[in-house]
Design a protein around this ligand. Structure first.
Ligand SMILES: [Mg+2]
Length: 414
């Protein structure tokens, strides 16, 4: 139990906002145990089909088994280990049901991963006639009762603090960090445990004599700006109880569109690259919301504002541009007229679904690889700006933009 100490108070508000982070405990294994209670309390792991441990029960964790271990290695550590095949479809059903339960407590839910969500509870104490702690207890027991899985919950003023809180008592824990106690919790938090601080940043901060989250927030912002980019300054503010990282609730409308205008051009490769860029931006948004498109609409606008468009049904719902480039090229060829000058291209991803590609696509491993690549790219792009890393086919658009920047007075007349 953390005690009040004499440290400097970082935030004087108790609950200026209340964000909950809900994180299912050992989720994949918990789903298996919920369906087959005889597995409860045992050393259980998932990942048989790949020969690698992808998830494991707390009992297996205690024996020293880790994620990513090979099966035979894990079996050597624990002879009783029960290894199961993964059932992603089952896990996503549990996930959908868990998020549905959360929607009973607040309309503002951000589905962060298959087993994690942020819930904005700000101002909802009166509606529920409960304290934030009681709301957390109620969320936890409802999920336990209806799904037979356990979750840990952290509640604080920001997403970063809530994510920190949910980790503190696992499994089946609840931790609240009100604003006036932030300093107590940060004092005991190693800097590398903060959400958003990777190993490289942690080692840079250690060189600057910053070892704990408290030492980090006690630094002057201008000092940190010399060494760190914007996302880390957001983390810095979040740790101080100031909401800085966007809360991304579910999209109410089921389509995402991106369109951008440019100086009229009749250069086919450039116009197509503009289209690819829009596809990348729209797909990025879809990925952030965990949505997959079943339909793709492509449109082109000529310099005299004539619009041509085509709508394509996709055989596999996706949010990965690389899986759509061939379809995009075919669609483009159907509506593009050589010689015409165009001023705008656009993309609409519609019929969005939460169903993952894994549910419908046979080559799960390949898809997961592509997804991992895009996760890394999304990180780079969110740090250095959209389209820092992009498909080669959208490069012409970037190069052309650079020319405009270098030659700001040139205006293409038609
Ligand atoms: Mg989890």
């Amino acid at each position: 139990m953390l005690q009040e100490n004499t440290g400097k108070v970082i935030c004087t508000h108790t609950w200026s906002s209340a964000i909950a982070h809900i994180d299912a405990d050992a989720f994949f294994v918990a789903c298996e145990q919920a369906l087959n209670p005889s597995l409860k309390g045992k050393c259980v792991a998932v990942g048989k089909e790949r020969g690698i441990i992808t998830a494991l029960s707390y009992e297996a964790k205690q024996k020293g088994i880790k994620r990513g271990m090979r099966l035979n290695q894990a079996k050597n550590i624990c002879r009783d280990l029960i290894v199961l095949e993964s059932h992603y479809e089952t896990y996503s059903l549990f996930s959908v049901r868990m998020f549905e339960i959360l929607k009973r407590f607040s309309p503002l839910i951000e589905e962060y991963s298959i087993d994690e969500a942020f819930v904005d509870l700000t101002g909802l104490r009166r509606l529920h006639s409960k304290t934030y702690k009681e709301i957390a207890l109620s969320i936890q027991s409802t999920i336990k009762q209806e799904l037979n899985i356990s979750v840990s919950i952290g509640i604080s003023l920001t997403k970063t603090l809530a994510k920190l809180a949910s980790k503190l008592k696992k499994p089946y824990g609840i931790t609240l960090i009100p604003g006036n106690q932030i300093h107590i919790f940060l004092k005991d938090t190693p800097i590398e445990d903060v959400w958003g601080i990777g190993p490289n940043t942690a080692s840079l901060l250690k060189k600057l004599n910053i070892r704990t989250a408290l030492e980090f927030v006690e630094k002057d912002e201008n000092f940190l700006k010399r060494y760190l980019s914007k996302p880390y300054i957001q983390t810095y503010n979040e740790l101080k109880g100031i909401q800085s990282i966007e809360f991304i609730p579910k999209l109410p409308n089921k389509s995402i569109s991106k369109a951008q205008s440019f100086a009229p051009s009749n250069k086919e490769s450039f116009i197509f690259s503009e289209l690819v860029k829009n596809l990348e931006l729209a797909s990025y948004k879809a990925r952030r919301h965990g949505l997959f498109a079943k339909k793709l609409t492509v449109f082109l606008k000529t310099s005299d504002f004539q619009v041509s468009f085509i709508k394509v049904a996709l055989s596999i719902p996706t949010n990965l541009p690389i899986m759509l480039t061939n379809t995009l090229k075919e669609a483009f060829n159907k509506i593009y007229t050589q010689g015409l000058f165009y001023r705008q291209t656009g993309i609409v991803l519609s019929d969005l679904t939460e169903k993952t590609q894994q549910d419908l696509f046979e080559d799960t491993v390949k898809i997961e690889k592509i997804e991992r690549i895009y996760k890394a790219l999304d990180k780079i792009n969110s740090r250095f700006g959209n389209n820092t890393v992009c498909l080669a086919s959208s490069l012409a658009s970037k190069q052309n933009k650079k020319q405009h920047l270098n030659l700001p007075f040139i205006d293409i007349k038609i």
